[in-house]
Design a protein around this ligand. Structure first.
Ligand code: ADP
Ligand code: MG
Length: 737
């Protein structure tokens, strides 16, 4: 009997070699293999008769090969195969498919799946580029016996279609046979890690039934539900995966809440201090959010809060207000930014806004000289520095604080769950707390008597408007505050797309804006040109723009390969208005705040992700003057590219853009980088399964509220044990709870 934990190597039909191929796909155990679900199904129980096909439908047809051959047209070779059922015939064509030349033999039975189209002119129906499987081949003696035995898996039923893998070696048919055999040898009683009450609430079927039916659906199963992953079997497997994720997150939340934090005093002094520094009237949203943060800070439980607010919604000032509360209580604050430029910028505004009030602020970035760094660290360790601003890397690693009370992490969207888990692990290693989920908290000095002090509060800020489903997963362990209102006096940004053969007009327009006293960004997808792609590059275009197009203007350059002080210098001059046009790569994507910049030209806009375009556009429209975002396109635009550009022109609402982005890219790619570390799900899909995710979250919270009449202690323990191994698998060696 095979257990779920058995290595796939011992499954019939797989040996060490194939096990390795599967391993590369993340399939190591029987359990993993059983969770390699079909991505679609074919109804070979009721395949379509050729005479019943209708134009435009996706159809499965089982028919016999009659003739086949390669035709050369002027444009490309086309492979054509005619299949027949009795007197009816169906033409199938594949473009550029010389590799099919010897594939079909007359008399073979084939299953074809594809879109039914009308032949141009002739009016006859045909399948264009259908997927196919050769089912039986009586002419092939050697294979005949085996074919017969296996053929019951290929026809006369609803057949699962798996994605091929291992360079095509592991075909759908291979998976069918192996998984079918596997299910027959699986121990019939799998213990169910989901508590009975939860099973009841969602009417979940047993794990073994789910696994069987998801691969080999019962004949009566709704074909539509199968394709939509909405059969009881699918729901069971998807829910289970989401439930254990949420159970882990809920457990984290509870552990955090159980830690001792710092109860900052929210007396009049803090209130007065905040009032004194405010350079403007806060928006209603800023007031509400500050209240939520202050209320957390007043409690003796560590704050773990996410502040979500679209670009330009005014998060910085809220962060400074929170910092004042901590500093007025005699604590230190760490403000961490993802880039040096941003840390720098926060430092400037902090000095502008906070220094007059007497707060002592230091900047700690990589470009600070070593001697100076040492001195700054000493100030921090002795408690002289009250507000420490720097890049994450710097503050996390080497800094000891005398009395750290609040950690603010800006632009948290750059750091996905996985990364946060890793950081958390690290801070666990260093013995600073027992591994809460959340950004690593800088360590405190030993004399800081950390037990008496309590865990510092953590506020993370992000400009990425995260769709609710994702927020539940990515930030399931945090409380969320939302800034959903823009500061007053902003004129909406006008966004236009133009093809780059009209670049002259664009540059003319930029020139006019500069003449009117404004500044402009021009963004390129790459720093340098290279032969493979024909993208315009920042370096070359900087030359062109400064020498040829705008010889009279001050055009400068900013990109990621420049040294830190060089970058800093350019940014400072742009900020001061000493640069008219800043040619850049996406290094300016995050956080940069120059209100006088009113034009953003993005070349090859079709190449950028939606979130990225939105972030870039967020650099303008920050003052009272009207701002313009010009999306220049050059080259071929994909269908998704069209939708991205279209969305950008249509709306500036970050939430709408985020929803569409999620839809276009899928959760894994949502944050633009794979390192962002979304949990990768085996069966769940956060867009499709958002309702199940909500249910999972609810049920997980209810279970951890037990034991009670609904759920016993044994059930909770079993679920937690299962959760830990599941997390181990998904998140590596991170310890949870
Ligand atoms: P983000 O949320 O993207 O970090 P910032 O904090 O940089 O946004 O704020 C964007 C701009 O709006 C800044 O120039 C800031 O000074 C300004 N701002 C923030 N809040 C207000 C307000 N209540 N009234 C007027 N301007 C504001
Ligand atoms: Mg910001």
């Amino acid at each position: 009997m095979l257990e779920l934990s058995t290595s796939v190597q011992y499954v019939k039909g797989i040996g060490p070699r194939l096990a390795e191929v599967l391993g590369a796909k993340g399939i190591h155990t029987v359990d993993d293999l059983l969770h390699y679900l079909p991505f679609r199904y074919e109804d070979r129980l009721n395949p379509r008769g050729i005479s019943e096909l209708r134009v435009g439908e996706m159809a499965t047809v089982i028919a016999e090969v009659r003739t086949s051959g390669l035709f050369r047209t002027r444009r490309m070779p086309i492979f054509q195969m005619t299949a027949g059922q009795g007197r009816n015939r169906l033409k199938c064509i594949w473009f550029n498919a010389t590799y099919l030349r010897d594939r079909f033999k007359p008399g073979q039975l084939v299953a074809l799946y594809g879109k039914v189209e009308e032949e141009r002119g002739g009016g006859e129906l045909q399948l264009v580029q259908p997927q196919f499987e050769i089912l039986g081949d009586s002419s092939d003696e050697a294979e005949a016996g085996e074919q017969k035995a296996a053929s019951s898996l290929e026809v006369g039923r609803i057949v699962p279609i798996y994605e091929s893998t291992g360079q095509g070696r592991l075909t759908p048919r291979w998976f069918r046979r192996v998984i079918h055999g596997l299910l027959e040898n699986l121990s019939p009683q799998l213990s169910d890690p989901v508590p009975a009450a939860v099973r009841r609430h969602l009417s979940l079927i047993s794990p073994q039934d789910a696994l069987r039916q998801v691969h080999w659906p019962d004949p009566g199963e709704s074909f539509k539900d199968l394709q939509a992953s909405r059969t009881p079997a699918h729901i069971r497997l998807i829910f289970e995966e989401l439930f254990f994720l949420e159970l882990g997150l809920e457990l984290k939340r509870r552990q955090q809440k159980a830690q001792t934090g710092i109860a900052f005093s929210l007396d009049n002094r803090a209130r007065e201090a905040i009032k004194k520094i405010l350079p403007f009237h806060p928006t209603a949203a800023q007031k509400r959010v500050l209240k939520e943060i202050a209320s957390d800070m007043g409690k003796p439980v560590p704050m773990r809060r996410l502040l979500q607010g679209d670009v330009g919604s005014g998060k910085t000032i809220v962060a400074f207000e929170a910092a004042i509360i901590a500093m007025e209580s005699g604590h230190q604050v760490a403000l961490m930014a993802p880039t040096e430029i941003l840390a720098q910028q926060h430092y400037f505004s902090a000095r502008r806004i906070l220094e007059n009030a007497g707060y002592r602020i230091v900047l700690l970035t990589g470009s600070v000289e070593e001697d100076r760094k040492r001195e700054i660290r000493r100030h921090i360790a002795q408690g002289n520095a009250q507000l420490v601003i720097g890049t994450h890397a710097l503050i996390e690693q080497k800094v000891e604080f005398a009395k750290l009370g609040l950690v603010i992490v800006d632009e948290q969207h750059r750091f996905g769950v996985m990364q946060r888990f890793k950081l958390m692990k690290k801070s666990g290693d260093e013995g600073s707390g027992n591994g809460h989920v959340g950004p690593a908290v800088p360590s405190r000095s030993a004399e800081g008597s950390s037990a008496a002090l309590g865990e510092p509060d953590v506020l993370v800020m992000t400009a990425t408007p995260i769709p609710r489903t994702l927020a539940l997963t990515l930030y399931g362990d945090l409380d969320i505050s939302i800034l959903d209102e823009m500061p007053p006096g902003r004129t909406p940004i006008v966004t236009r797309r133009v093809s780059d053969d009209r670049a002259d007009e664009v540059w003319q327009f930029v020139g006019k804006q500069v003449a009117a006293g404004h500044q402009a960004y021009v963004v390129y997808p790459v720093i340098e040109e290279n032969e493979e792609n024909e993208l315009k590059a920042a370096l070359k275009m900087h030359k062109e723009l400064s020498k040829k197009i705008f010889p009279g203007l001050r055009v400068d350059l900013l990109h990621g390969r420049m040294g830190a002080d060089q970058k800093e210098d350019v940014m400072r001059r742009f900020q001061k208005g000493e640069v008219d046009i800043l040619v850049s790569t996406t290094v300016i994507e995050v956080g940069v705040d120059v209100a006088n910049a009113t034009v953003m030209v993005i070349e090859h806009a079709e190449r950028f992700g939606l979130a990225q375009l939105h972030q870039l556009r967020g650099r303008i429209g920050r003052g009272a003057a009207k701002s313009f975002c010009i999306l220049m396109t050059g080259g071929k635009i994909s269908e998704d590219g069209e939708r991205r550009l279209d969305a950008m022109v249509r709306t500036t609402d970050g939430f709408q853009i985020a929803e569409l982005d999620l839809e276009l890219r899928g959760p894994g790619e949502f944050f633009g980088t794979r390192q962002a570390g979304m949990p990768s799900f085996q069966v769940a899909n956060l867009i499709r399964d958002r309702q199940l995710l909500e249910a999972a979250k609810r049920e997980a919270a209810a279970v951890l509220a037990g034991p009670n009449q609904e759920v016993s202690k044994e059930e909770i323990d079993r679920a937690l044990r299962h959760m830990r191994t599941h997390w181990q698998k998904t998140y590596g060696l991170v310890e949870v709870g």
